[in-house]
Design a protein around this ligand. Structure first.
Ligand code: AMP
Ligand code: ZN
Length: 142
């Protein structure tokens, strides 16, 4: 898309600290990292949602992101990494070109996800699982 900042990065119209590129994907350092080395892996084709990325491209993104994560672990104080993808504004997506974050993590990095853990009322978990699996099967087969 012509006004998309990540499409401009892929075309070289906006500078980026490139990590990796092939025919399907592009990876570069996030300009405001959680930790140094924080990388974004994006499809070269513009997709707003991860759901519309072709399987081959999405697979490549996940594979390369994991490989980058392994390498980031070897940087200085890191011993782990998170993969993160925000799909939609309410989920925290700011740049509307789907991107997979690779975030190097260390036990002492002082970063905490604000990750809550609710409890299902009796019967609700099975009800939701049945609903989602039926709708997913209909979508995938339809
Ligand atoms: P999200 O909130 O998942 O949409 O993340 C968007 C990310 O893109 C943020 O972490 C930004 O720091 C990053 N970002 C925005 N503009 C640039 C840019 N020009 N170069 C590198 N990273 C960027
Ligand atoms: Zn784009």
């Amino acid at each position: 898309m012509s006004d998309c900042i990540f499409c401009k990065i892929i075309k070289g119209e906006i500078p980026s600290a490139k990590i990796y590129e092939d025919e399907l994907i592009y990876a570069f350092l996030d300009i405001s990292p959680i930790n140094f080395g924080h990388t974004l892996v994006i499809p070269k084709e513009h997709h707003q949602s991860a759901a519309s990325i072709p399987e081959e491209v999405a697979g490549r993104m996940f594979h390369i992101a994991s490989r980058i994560g392994i390498l980031l672990k070897r940087l200085d104080e890191f011993d782990a990494y998170n993969l993160h993808l925000a799909d939609g504004t309410a989920a925290g997506q700011v740049v509307m070109h789907a991107h997979l974050h690779v975030i190097p993590r260390g036990a002492e990095d002082n970063f905490r996800w604000n990750w809550r853990q609710l409890n299902y009322p009796e019967g609700k978990m099975a009800e939701i699982a049945a609903d989602i699996s039926a709708k997913l099967a209909a979508k995938l087969n339809g």
